[in-house]
Design a binder for this molecule. Sequence first.
Ligand code: RFL
Ligand code: PHB
Length: 396
Amino acid sequence: MTKTQVGIIGAGPAGLLLSHMLHLQGIESVIVEQRSREDIEATIKAGVLEHPTVELLKELGVGERMMREGYVHNGIELSFGGKRHRIDLPELTGGKSITVYPQHEVIKDLVAAVLANGTTIEFGVSDVSLQGIDGTQPSIRYSKNGAAQEIQCDFIGGCDGFHGPSRQAIPAAIRQEHLKVYPAGWFGILCEAPPSSDELIYAQSDRGFVLVSTRTPDVQRMYFQCDPNDSVDNWSDDRIWAEFRARLANDDGWQLKEGRIFQKSIIAMRSFVCETMQHGRLFLAGDSAHIVPPTGAKGLNLAAGDVVLLSKAIVDFYRRDDRVGLDSYSARAVKRVWRGEHFSWWMTNMLHDFDGEDTITRRFRRSQLEYTVSSRAAAASLAENYVGVPFEGWQG
Ligand code: RFL
Ligand code: PHB
């Protein structure tokens, strides 16, 4: 049996960031993670870090490699009707931008920091369960190498993503779950090619959405809207490039740079929020409490916003016996979450075409796109949300 102050389930961005922020304030934690270190450090997910997330990572002393190896982007492009239109982020937001730095690199930096803090991360655990969250002595039980283990703690951070056990530990009767499943998925590829564009391109076409993103000068990340039930085996490299070409057809003579595809995956799109994000001594953060479709690039950034509030609430409890932050955690965290949820839904609807839509919906979409690129107010609203609204309770 181990004892600690905060037991954390999940070594994703939420769990690792929570542990590190608590450590910087002198609070101990232990993390349990079902996968191996190699596996979490190699899983391809997010690419875009918002302005507040970038400032947070810098302030926490884990931003050095991100500053060196990440790419600051001062704009995005919206493409429709054969033309590209630039949204200038700093100009519309008083100087803010986003940084392209892959999630698995953030994970590597955070794992290194957490281990250097002397914090234990138990990798490769199974059968994780939460005990006693209604009382004053919660614990996390799990198996490692066939042996039963237990961590007793004061609080549990439920940072175990959408499929983890933490959310399920909140009685169903007091959980209000909001769910929207989109009738489309994203087909994502990584390929060996130079960047086709200096900035991310979000493209709407009658054949469906495309996102042209990047990773490094030699590796590009791209997505196209697909049937969520399709299989990557149905898509040869030639067929994938033909689809990208058809959807990115334009009047500017601009061409996508193609190369060897070395990773293909299909991602479902959901909007999901669990209200409440807390119960007794359990506090959810990140994807365990909410999911967004990736169009707004918000998931990891919302996780960071939760952790800022939660770590401060836990610090206030230990330092000053002040429970206000803990008691109001869910009510306050969910406000920023709903902003990110709405923005992600809005971007998704503006850029995707869904089967069976009526013609009025399609005309509204085009009108919304035209308005967004021609009105400063509309463009500023997109930009303000895209670079990230400030974290509550933190100056960034
Ligand atoms: P994670 O990353 O899912 O981490 C949860 C961790 O918990 C572990 N776990 C367990 N551990 C022990 N016992 C159990 N029973 C467990 N069950 C699960 C898991 O192994 C895992 O290590 O959740 P977290 O920390 O909340 O972080 C959320 C982000 O990962 C997610 O929101 C983003 O990846 C979303 N996302 C993006 N977010 C952005 O902010 N910007 C982006 O540009 C962006 N692009 C994306 C994305 C997600 C994508 N996919 C693959 C869904 C692009 C894509 C394609
Ligand atoms: C990515 O590079 O993986 C990425 C970028 C922007 C998004 C989603 C994903 O909106």
